[in-house]
Design a protein around this ligand. Structure first.
Ligand SMILES: [Zn+2]
Length: 249
């Protein structure tokens, strides 16, 4: 079911890790941001978008992790964009992403995973402002829709996942703090925050999300193992290097 969160912006949540697919209205039709997750989710999303009566004109992937690289033939053979770094990384990790998708979700069209195009410098058909940063994944980007008062945050600012540092990039505590600074700046223009996983935050909840992640990073910076009730990387995909270990790199 699509839940309208602002003018021309809808969210559909999947059961798998409360993943949010975002539908954004543009002049010619709709942009799909991070559509997911399993085959029946994708086909229900296609039904919902059909019901809105306009075609999908493009996709956008916030970052090159498998659950943000999905697509379905019913959305059409349209360009699916990512930042240049994100698109490059997606092509490198495509096989692994297909394996992870096959092991984690059912009915995913594996052949369509991670086929991304570099976003042109002028943003092409993707509306708003792209906020690229180095936290969580290579080429990760948020989409700021100032005119709708919405920030689509990808895997940042979640109420169900702790901040997840990227094992592939060093200096993640600094990178994460810088990213939170930029996202904090962006949230001054919004009433609605859509994370990649978890509930949509509105009004004062938006600042609370930022505060929770900043507190987590502060504890990590002090060398502590932060106490946080949200889920970690191990819960998502099996044993991983912990954030405490990664923070030392
Ligand atoms: Zn994710």
């Amino acid at each position: 079911m699509l839940n309208q969160v602002a003018d021309g912006v809808w969210v559909r949540q999947s059961e798998w890790v409360w993943s949010n697919a975002v539908v954004v209205r543009v002049d010619a039709g709709f942009i799909l941001v991070d559509p997911g997750i399993d085959g029946s989710d994708l086909s229900q999303l296609a039904d919902d978008v059909d019901g809105l009566g306009l075609p999908v004109v493009a996709g956008f992937s916030t970052h090159p992790h498998w659950d943000h690289l999905l697509w379905h033939s019913r959305f059409g053979d349209v360009p699916r964009y990512a930042t240049p770094a994100g698109a490059q990384s997606a092509s490198e990790v495509r096989e692994r992403a297909q394996t992870m998708a096959a092991g984690s979700a059912s009915g995913v069209p594996l052949e369509l995973i991670g086929l991304l195009t570099r976003l042109p410098a002028d943003g092409g058909p993707i509306p708003g402002e792209i906020i690229e940063h180095r936290a969580h994944a290579i080429g990760h980007a948020a989409v700021l829709l100032k005119d709708r008062g919405v920030l689509i945050a990808g895997d940042m600012l979640s109420d169900v996942l702790i901040p997840l540092l990227d094992p592939r990039q060093p200096g993640q505590v600094d990178a994460y703090e810088q990213a939170l600074g930029r996202l904090g700046e962006a949230t001054r223009h919004v009433d609605v925050l859509v994370p990649g996983h978890g509930s949509v935050a509105e009004g004062p909840e938006v600042a609370a999300r930022l505060a929770a992640d900043r507190a987590y990073l502060d504890a990590l910076r002090r060398g502590e193992d932060p106490v946080d009730a949200r889920l970690d990387q191990d819960w998502l995909s099996g044993p991983h290097q912990s954030n405490v270990e990664l923070a030392r790199q």
